[in-house]
Design a protein around this ligand. Structure first.
Ligand code: HEC
Ligand code: HEC
Ligand code: HEC
Ligand code: HEC
Ligand code: HEC
Ligand code: HEC
Ligand code: HEC
Length: 283
């Protein structure tokens, strides 16, 4: 979110309902996206993290200093609860609100819009639940006051690197100082920008490939299959033993990785994979 940090504190947020008054089309699509549903308030100080596309993890307030990340999450494809990623048992993990690692506040930072507030009795209130308009466009009150004239970030003005950084502010793991990414650790495939950046497609397309090459900014179906790859590739000449009929390009070149039952990520390191090896391509 590099370009947004200075904006965050400079002008106030308007809220997506206000944006929807004028940008009907974008608002309709975005409201239906997993981004918009990434965080939902439930009764009793409980928050559900995750849209449910893959999984939902509840987080709840225990007392004025402590939040609990539940040990059981609901996995859609399993249609049942099972251990939350990273947890050793179902008791859950307690975090002080202001823990040194900032675990709980960081959950809210990536799953909501604006700056979360913490009241004196330890109630965390996100600016707006979910990844909404002003996450990517910056605070919009000034834009609204000027009835739409400027005062806002249009990421269209960013180059591919800037776009990947904007999306990567949440989709990439925070770089631990000096830590190398282990590309053979299946959990890391959830950090799509890291893997994409290893692909020849990305490295050799002269800075034109971004997340938006395949993902519409406001949600909706990923562009896939030959139509998407053929933006850059003429029909590939596969050898006779590679049977591609009826299969999508990405099923072989961006294979699914399953770090635990119930979660799957498309490997964004586009390449040629050996059968049964979905983490690091042959080339
Ligand atoms: C009172 C109506 C109104 C409201 C409310 C409004 N906008 Fe706009 N917006 C406009 C108009 C008019 C334009 C310029 C013409 C156009 O491209 O539609 C615009 C342009 C934009 C652009 C393109 C800017 C550019 O420089 O290319 C973005 C992005 C945008 N609005 C996002 C938002 C967001 C996010 C919100 C809520 C915080 C919002 N708008 C609220 C009327 C509005
Ligand atoms: C503020 C953090 C944040 C930013 C910035 C962000 N995302 Fe996300 N994104 C999320 C979260 C959280 C989810 C998980 C939603 C869920 O629970 O299913 C998600 C899910 C997704 C998904 C999977 C769900 C789907 O709709 O298919 C895609 C694709 C995606 N984001 C693309 C992008 C792109 C492209 C950008 C940049 C234009 C971006 N994201 C910027 C936080 C963010
Ligand atoms: C650095 C930003 C970031 C932080 C911090 C973060 N999330 Fe997420 N979260 C995401 C993104 C991005 C996704 C989408 C996963 C994907 O498809 O890559 C996601 C997805 C999820 C999902 C959907 C299931 C899944 O694993 O994909 C759940 C549940 C979730 N997060 C819960 C949490 C909880 C609870 C915390 C705090 C302990 C947290 N997240 C902290 C960015 C973040
Ligand atoms: C995950 C990031 C993200 C979120 C959330 C988001 N936008 Fe955008 N928006 C973009 C990007 C990237 C572009 C420029 C590229 C494009 O239009 O595909 C854009 C472009 C726009 C434009 C200009 C239209 C144009 O074609 O240039 C408007 C208006 C807009 N968004 C409104 C909204 C509104 C309203 C919301 C909330 C309902 C919203 N956006 C949420 C990333 C986002
Ligand atoms: C933005 C342009 C672009 C898009 C979109 C794109 N590629 Fe590529 N791809 C390239 C370039 C450039 C190369 C490098 C070609 C070379 O080295 O001559 C490449 C290389 C490859 C390679 C060879 C990899 C290697 O390591 O030797 C494969 C396989 C591939 N692409 C498959 C795909 C598939 C499948 C898709 C769709 C999911 C896709 N590409 C989308 C630009 C792109
Ligand atoms: C060459 C096309 C392509 C590019 C570029 C691309 N993606 Fe994807 N992405 C896909 C495909 C294909 C899927 C799997 C189908 C689906 O879930 O819609 C996917 C799935 C995802 C998901 C859902 C979870 C997963 O891993 O399957 C997220 C989140 C995501 N992409 C984020 C990003 C981000 C962030 C970027 C930019 C760094 C990006 N993608 C760039 C094609 C692409
Ligand atoms: C059944 C799995 C499979 C499917 C589906 C598939 N490929 Fe491939 N692809 C491979 C394999 C294996 C290779 C390397 C051996 C070969 O050439 O047959 C390869 C090679 C490639 C190369 C590199 C060729 C070179 O000269 O280095 C490109 C580019 C490519 N595929 C693009 C695509 C595109 C685009 C699609 C969709 C229209 C697609 N592939 C569908 C398995 C697949």
């Amino acid at each position: 979110m590099v370009p947004l940090i200075p904006l965050l504190f400079a002008t106030p947020f308007a809220g997506s309902a206000v944006c929807a008054g004028c940008h009907v089309e974008q608002a309709k699509t975005q409201l239906a996206s997993a981004h918009a549903k990434a965080l939902t308030a439930r009764d009793g100080g409980r928050w559900d993290f995750g849209s449910g596309l893959q999984a939902v993890t509840p987080v709840s307030r225990l007392d004025s200093n402590t939040y609990l990340e539940r040990g059981l999450s609901f996995y859609k494809s399993l249609n049942r609860e099972d251990l939350t990623p990273g947890h050793a048992d179902s008791r859950g993990v307690r975090y002080p609100i202001f823990s040194p690692g900032g675990e709980i506040l960081r959950c809210f930072l990536c799953h909501s819009t604006g700056v979360p507030a913490v009241s004196a009795d330890g109630v965390i209130q996100p600016g707006e639940p979910g990844v909404r308009c002003e996450t990517c466009h910056g605070p919009g009150a000034a834009h609204v006051a000027a009835r739409g004239r400027g005062n806002l970030l249009n990421p269209r003005a960013l180059n591919a690197d800037g776009l990947n950084q904007l999306c990567g502010s949440c989709h990439r793991k925070p770089a631990a100082a000096g830590a190398e990414t282990d590309y053979r650790n299946a959990w890391n495939t959830r950090h799509q920008p890291l893997y994409l950046a290893k692909s020849q497609c990305f490295l050799k397309s002269k800075g034109t490939m971004s997340c938006l090459t395949c993902h519409p900014a406001h949600g909706g179906a990923t562009r896939t299959g030959p139509a998407m790859c053929s933006q850059c590739h003429s029909p590939p000449k596969h050898t006779a033993r590679t049977v591609t009929a009826g299969k999508k390009c990405e099923s072989c070149h961006m294979p699914d990785v399953v770090p635990r039952p119930g979660l799957r990520f498309a490997n964004h390191w586009i390449g040629v994979y050996r059968r049964g090896e979905a983490l690091v391509p042959l080339r």
